[in-house]
Design a binder for this molecule. Structure first.
Ligand code: ADP
Ligand code: MG
Length: 677
């Protein structure tokens, strides 16, 4: 009996296995069917012919037609990968990851094997990888190690219409190497119609157009401007859910915080709608969404339910979610803006362009007629929105790319082959900053410090802070701080019902008013001491996921320290050494307290405030150095540490003179404020 039971079990097991295999088989077949149904598929052979024939090809096709997922596979099937990798760049990390995941499924291989992705601080590729999706910034970095991209047979600069800074710089570099690497194929793909411009730039490269299918989209405007677009978006989404026929909803919001707020409010209001209403599944998607949750937005909506996707600009062209029938467009996105005069950069919620608005609307008409609800007036649309978004290169700090180009041996930046040149003021400002950071000498040549800085995939001020930590013998502590700064503001969380507890836990790390940087270090070291305990994170209202990511980044920074031959030394009790390292990188970001409790930046005087989330918000030290500025209701400094003004002159004598830091108001300050540690 025993034997037959065992056999029976074995039979059942085998049966299950077979069933699983045939299910996997049919899922795989279904994917193949889906591939064939994409608009791209009909043009497969024609496209491959054109690629064979021309070295550079501009490819234009409606979003969702299959450019990103299919073209690299076609190239693989046609044998291009025998000669080298096919690289495909994406402006956004989530897109690189999610598309790579999709393509690995379509090819029936494990992600990271034949199909992989590479984004900053995360390399999911192997020796086997032949289709490599990556952020445009990562390909840019690859030039440092492989200036002719010898390991690639094809480079596809995808989402070219996004015109990110890295994409624009890539254009110049790939155009250059294509000249002496006739075997390298170059594809420039774009979702919109500025194809002529790309073609002109690439010496009249031919344009391959993939006719898209697009159903009519009904556009609705509001009668009057909305005072609170977030609330209006939520109300509209719920109205659609209650009154409109089946079909998923896509809402464009500006960032993670806004999306999280919207999600919370929506959940709350849905509960208020009672049980007769169909299920509404809320799917957030933004750059830092943990990988496990990213797949959720692509899962088919169950029968009878409706999905509402709360997305940043990422869903405008980078990701296509099938089944969207309604789009809600509040008309804003978060955009970097840069003032070349002061060298200050901030992230601002800005009205989108007409081109963006039309892309957004188009997302609702992919699989059938759609509707787009614009939460602004028709007058607004026609009269206030710009036609196109200004390319990032014209509104950003260029220090990073200038350092990169200098490291690649490109000295004459004014004559670099830019598609749209940056303002020369911004270029000069970048050179000035790099000179101030000692990355360049007076002749504009890369110094040893600069060469070391360029090894770090970080903003120059952060890299300088790390390189300077050698001198102050605290490299170990500084890379922890750098890693934590990279995580941004998603370290602490504050549940609504436990805000007091959460705030108390947070303030523990600020004991002694050490400043935000050192508080971050304390969070990291305390976590490390608990052997990276999850429980500890819960108890301290800290996001485990963010901490794990910080640990990953830190590990990589440790590897890079070794590469630039900086010894790993920990010196956590010498706060002055740590603060001086921070100041060595961030001295251009120094500010002095005013009588009214606001601050003035030292170099290009501007009024700023300490962000309320800072541990120093109530302390108001006389002199501070900050990590970044964020503009919300006011211009806020985020991540702030106290400094002594004489450090500025000591650390950056070529940037600050004594007169800049003379403290005339010393005696008027109330006691207890502005205590230097
Ligand atoms: P394009 O690059 O032309 O905008 P894509 O190649 O990104 O088009 O998309 C083609 C199809 O693949 C779309 O129907 C899209 O929904 C689907 N797709 C892309 N990525 C994923 C994913 N991660 N999961 C499921 N489907 C995906
Ligand atoms: Mg694409």
């Amino acid at each position: 009996i025993k034997a037959s039971v065992m056999d029976g079990d074995k039979f059942a097991d085998e049966h299950a296995e077979l069933r699983e295999m045939s299910m996997a088989q049919s899922a795989f077949e279904k994917l193949q069917e889906e591939r064939k149904s994409l608009p791209m598929y009909r043009y497969r052979d024609e496209l491959l012919d054109a690629i064979e024939k021309y070295q550079v090809l501009v490819i234009v096709g409606e979003t969702g037609s299959g450019k990103t997922t299919q073209i690299p596979q076609y190239l693989h099937e046609a044998g291009y990968t025998k000669r080298g990798k096919v690289g495909c760049t994406q402006p956004r990390r989530v897109a690189a990851m999610s598309v790579a995941a999709r393509v690995s499924q379509e090819m029936g291989v494990k992600l990271g094997h034949e199909v992989g992705y590479s984004i900053r601080f995360e390399d999911c590729t192997s020796d086997k990888t032949v289709l490599k999706y990556m952020t445009d910034g990562m390909l840019l970095r690859e030039f440092l190690g492989e200036p002719d991209l010898a390991s690639y047979s094809v480079v596809m600069v995808d989402e070219a219409h996004e015109r990110t800074l890295s994409t624009d710089i890539l254009f110049g570099l790939v155009k250059d190497i294509a000249r002496f690497r006739p075997d390298l194929k170059l594809l420039i793909s774009s979702a919109t119609l500025d194809a002529e411009k790309f073609s002109d730039y690439f010496d009249s490269a031919p344009i391959f157009k993939i006719p898209g299918r697009r159903y009519p989209v009904e556009i609705h405007y509001t009668k009057a401007p909305e005072a609170d677009y977030l609330d209006a978006a939520i109300v509209t989404a719920l109205q659609i859910h209650v009154t409109q026929s089946p079909g998923d909803i896509l809402v464009f919001l500006t960032g993670q915080e806004e999306i999280e707020t919207a999600e919370e409010i929506m959940k709350h209001r849905i509960r208020g709608l009672g049980t007769k209403i169909a299920e509404l599944i809320i799917c957030p998607i933004y750059a830092n969404l943990p990988t496990e949750l990213q797949a959720k937005i692509f899962e088919p909506t169950p029968e009878g339910a409706r999905k509402v996707v709360l997305a940043t600009n990422i869903a405008e062209t980078s990701l296509t979610i099938d089944g969207i029938k309604y789009v809600i467009d509040p008309g804003f996105c978060k955009m970097k803006s840069y003032n070349p005069r002061t060298g200050m950069e901030s992230l601002l919620v800005t009205p989108i362009s007409k081109a963006s608005a039309n892309q957004r609307a188009g997302r609702s008409g992919r699989t059938g007629p759609g509707k787009c609800f614009r939460l602004y007036t028709a007058y607004n649309y026609y009269n206030d929105l710009d036609d196109n978004t200004v390319p990032e290169i014209q509104r950003t700090n260029l220090a990073n790319v200038v350092l990169m180009l200098k490291s690649l041996g490109i000295h004459d930046l004014l004559h670099f082959d830019f598609m749209d040149p940056p303002p020369s003021e911004a270029l000069l400002k970048a050179l000035e900053l790099l000179f101030a950071l000692s990355a360049l000498n007076k002749l504009g040549e890369l110094t040893k410090v600069g060469r070391r800085m360029a090894e770090f995939p970080l903003d120059p001020m952060l890299s300088k802070m790390i390189v300077a930590s050698e001198k102050y013998k605290c490299s170990d502590d500084i890379i922890s701080i750098a890693a934590m700064l990279n995580i941004g503001n998603s370290i602490f969380y504050r549940p609504k019902d436990k805000q007091v507890h959460a705030d108390n836990a947070r303030m523990n790390f600020h004991a002694g008013n050490v400043g935000d940087h050192i508080a971050l270090l304390k969070v990291y070291s305390s976590w490390k001491e608990t052997n990276y305990s999850t429980q500890w994170c819960y108890e301290n209202y800290i996001q485990v996921r963010s901490m794990k990511r910080a640990r990953d980044i830190r590990d990589q920074l440790e590897g890079l320290l070794e590469r630039v031959e900086i010894e790993l030394i920990s010196n956590p009790n010498d706060l002055e050494a740590i603060k001086k390292s921070i100041t060595s990188g961030f001295f251009p970001h120094s500010a002095r307290l005013q009588k009214n409790g606001s601050y003035r930046t030292v170099k290009h005087p501007q009024t700023v405030h300490i962000h309320p989330s800072s541990g120093l918000a109530q302390v108001l030290p006389r002199w501070v150095v900050y990590h970044e500025l964020v503009l919300t209701s006011k211009e806020y400094m985020r991540q702030v540490t106290e400094l002594k003004p004489e450090w500025l002159v000591e650390i950056a004598p070529h940037y600050y003179q004594l007169k800049d830091v003379e403290d005339s108001s010393t005696k008027k300050m109330p006691r207890g404020q502005g205590r230097a540690s």
